[in-house]
Structure formats: structure tokens, C-alpha cells
Design a protein around this ligand. Structure first.
Ligand SMILES: [Zn+2]
Length: 421
């Protein structure tokens, strides 16, 4: 149980009316109703039966409760203005740490013989510990600030009641027979998707084959607010544009290069014209999501086939495809490229938890994606369609339908809009 719940319970226990005999029996029905509205049924039951009143966060899922700053954290939380200063100090400390650490390592290699040298080593050792302690403290404080940033995000989006009210509505549910912890706004939408799927033939291996990824720790975009869900996350990766924002740029580049080569060799298309990261030009959102699905699936199937073409047995198939290559590369040159891409994609895939890239990067059923995105279904934004940061094939969220349209970050002093979905 988080600290705030205990503190809240103690405070409420002290604030309870004296327990004179008969007092509780005198509560009138109207008073009970008023109290129920104010404090919830459990609190009133507690009052009537003489048991301690309900704790403020009772019934809140523990993972959701972890987003609500405790009383101690609220007292200790850096202000919005202090956060960038702390981040700056962290950076400066890090630079000093490297210098001090270097001197200590040198001294350890060649121990000082003079008193002065010994004193310097002693001072450096002390300073290193000081820096370590300070960095740990800054990290802790900034982590607390991220919880405050969630409150700030709610506020900036016009949502009343703060984190306590918001996260009381983030609860575990079952979606497609698997557990999910989401805000009630997303829960309602997921139920709409299930209602659509109920009328469709279920695939033999089910609608999903992996556990969902839903609520995350503070600071993880809409996932942190219980407003996002990843489906089959290990087999539908986040394919990032080569910006180096979410992962080392080399990873993104390796995958994009391989996809583009697959587009040339297998599909016989110009990758610039195919424009993997560009959304289909379609005003209707439902149609566009479907077109995006077809486009991603075409590229995914192409990559799957491409990665098989280095096998000796596939040489006739490979040779039949060479005619499309504008660079007129030989089969041997392609085998070399495919083998290199296979290794790069396997290593990168493992690093970014993308299981079995040889199976492509989209295994979500089209009916499932349609039920998740269609205005007659869940009406969610699929980041396989919205290509803001790349194509995050596993990810669905509420950005297009609200209520959170942007995320506040104190450290960077940014309010990042999530787009219109
Ligand atoms: Zn996600």
C-alpha cells in the first residue's frame, strides 16, 4: 500500500466525529446520501458501523496508484521551474564525475607516494561519493517530478480532479481473453471492438497470440494514463524513422534499408514512390487505416520473402526477380546483401524485443485492426497508420478522440501535442 493511503487514513481517522453513543443512529437518510456523495459508500458504511472510514485510494489498482504522488512526494516534488535546473546539474555532475573517476583510476594504477598526492586521492574519493549521492537524489527527485508532470498534463488538458481522480478510473479488465489495465475511457472503446469482433469468424489461433501491454510507469506517453494498448507487441515492432529519438539511429536505419531493398527486389517497386513511412492520402480515417494496413502488410510480406531469398534452393526465384532492379545487381550481389540484412535485422530485432523478424513485422489480423480503428468500432488511432514517429505497429491509443491531446514535460519545458490521430 503506498504511503499516501496510510497518511490519508490516519488523517481521516482523526477527523472522525466523537463516538458518543447513539450519534451514528441519528444520521438521517438525507445525511447518508450526502455523505455517500461526498465520500463514497464504503466510507459511509464505515461511519455507520463505527469502523474506520475508507482510505482515499482503496480499490485503486496498485499499478495505477503508483502514479499518484504520495504526501511525502508532494512535499518533496521539485517545481516545474526547478526540473530543467536539476537536469542541467545532473549533466554537469556527470562531466565532473568522469574527470574525478579518471584521476582515481590513475592513482590506483600508480599509488601516490607524497602526502599531497595521498590527500588529493582522499579528496577525490570523497568527492566521487558526494557526486554519486547527489545524482541518486536528483534522479529520485526527477522521478517524483514526472508524477507531477502527469498532474500538469491532466490540468493542461482541462481534466479536473488530478491524478487521484484519474487513476481511480484505471482498472484491470479482460480484453480478448487477456488481462489489460486501462482507463475506463479506453475500456469502453475496447468493449466496442470486442462487440464488432464477436460477429466475425474468430481465427483458429485467436484474435491475439501474446499478452497486451497497457498501463506503464509514469512518463511513458498515453500508456502511462491507461489510454494506450499494444497488441502482440513482440511480433509487431515499432519501426522508427531514423531520428535516433527512440533508439540508436543505426537500428532504425538497418531496418528501413532492409525494408526498402525488399520493396525493390520482391515488389519491383521504387522505395521512394512506395514511401513506407507516408500515410495513404485519404480523407476518411477508416478507409485510410485500412489502406495503411494493406501498405504495411505488403511491405511486411515483402521483407518476409526477401529474407528467404539468400537460400540456395531459392536461386531460381531470386533470379526471376532481378529484372526489376534498376541497379541491375547480380544474384550473387543480392545474396550478399540479403545475408547482411538478415544478420543486421536479427541483431537489431533482438535488441528492440522484436521476435522473429523472418516472419515480417505485421501479424495483426486485418479485422482486428479494423475493429480497433473504425468509427463503428473502438475508433482508436493505430500508430501503424499515424506515422508521426514511425510505424508503431503494435500500438493503439485514444489521441484522436481525447481527452489527452498533449503531454507536459518539465525537464524539457515542453508540451508535446499528440496530433489528431
Ligand atoms: Zn504502445
Amino acid at each position: 500500500m503506498p504511503r499516501m493511503q496510510r497518511v490519508g487514513a490516519q488523517r481521516r481517522a482523526r477527523a472522525m466525529p466523537p463516538t458518543r453513543h447513539g450519534q451514528r443512529r441519528d444520521l438521517r437518510f438525507a445525511d447518508v446520501l450526502r455523505l455517500q456523495r461526498m465520500a463514497g459508500n464504503a466510507a459511509v458504511t464505515g461511519l455507520l458501523t463505527g469502523r474506520p472510514t475508507v482510505q482515499r485510494h482503496q480499490g485503486i489498482d496498485p499499478a495505477a496508484s503508483a502514479h499518484i504522488p504520495t504526501t511525502a512526494e508532494q512535499k518533496d516534488m521539485p517545481t516545474v521551474a526547478e526540473a530543467p535546473e536539476l537536469r542541467k546539474e545532473y549533466g554537469e555532475n556527470k562531466l565532473e564525475w568522469v574527470e574525478v573517476d579518471k584521476r582515481i583510476k590513475e592513482a590506483n594504477k600508480t599509488p601516490p607516494t607524497t602526502d599531497d598526492g595521498k590527500k588529493k586521492l582522499e579528496a577525490d574519493t570523497k568527492r566521487l561519493k558526494e557526486i554519486n549521492d547527489r545524482q541518486a537524489e536528483i534522479t529520485r527527485k526527477l522521478k517524483v517530478r514526472v508524477k507531477g508532470d502527469e498532474e500538469e498534463t491532466l490540468k493542461r488538458n482541462g481534466i479536473k480532479g488530478g491524478s487521484a481522480a484519474w487513476f481511480a478510473d484505471v482498472k484491470p479488465m479482460t480484453f480478448l481473453d487477456r488481462p489489460a489495465t486501462v482507463h475506463k475511457l479506453l475500456a469502453d472503446r475496447l468493449r466496442s471492438a470486442e462487440a464488432v469482433l464477436k460477429n466475425l469468424p474468430k481465427p483458429a489461433n485467436g484474435w491475439v497470440q501474446e499478452g497486451h501491454s497497457t498501463l506503464r510507469e509514469p512518463g511513458q506517453s498515453l500508456h502511462s494514463f491507461g489510454l494506450a494498448i499494444d497488441l502482440n507487441p513482440a511480433t509487431n515492432p515499432f519501426l522508427v524513422r531514423a531520428t535516433g529519438t527512440y533508439e540508436p539511429a543505426a537500428w532504425s536505419t538497418a531496418i528501413i534499408d532492409a525494408i526498402n531493398r525488399a520493396i525493390v527486389l520482391v515488389l519491383g517497386k521504387d522505395p521512394t514512390a512506395f514511401a513506407f513511412f507516408t500515410r495513404p492520402d485519404e480523407a476518411d480515417k477508416d478507409t485510410r487505416a485500412e489502406k495503411s494496413y494493406d501498405k504495411v502488410k505488403e511491405a511486411s510480406d515483402a521483407l518476409k520473402k526477401y529474407l528467404t531469398l539468400a537460400d540456395k534452393a531459392k536461386l531460381p526465384e531470386l533470379e526471376a526477380l532481378l529484372a526489376y532492379d534498376p541497379k541491375k545487381r547480380t544474384a550473387a550481389a543480392w545474396v550478399k546483401l540479403i545475408k547482411a540484412d538478415k544478420t543486421a535485422i536479427k541483431n537489431t530485432g533482438a535488441a528492440k524485443r522484436w521476435k522473429s523478424p523472418q516472419e515480417g513485422f505485421l501479424n495483426l489480423n486485418k479485422d482486428l485492426v479494423k475493429a480497433m480503428t473504425a468509427s463503428t468500432g473502438a475508433g482508436l488511432t493505430w500508430l501503424g497508420d499515424d506515422t508521426i514517429a514511425g510505424r508503431d505497429i503494435m500500438h493503439f491509443d485514444v489521441r484522436g478522440v481525447g481527452p489527452i491531446k498533449g503531454i507536459w514535460n518539465s525537464e524539457n519545458k515542453t508540451y508535446t501535442g499528440l496530433g489528431s490521430g
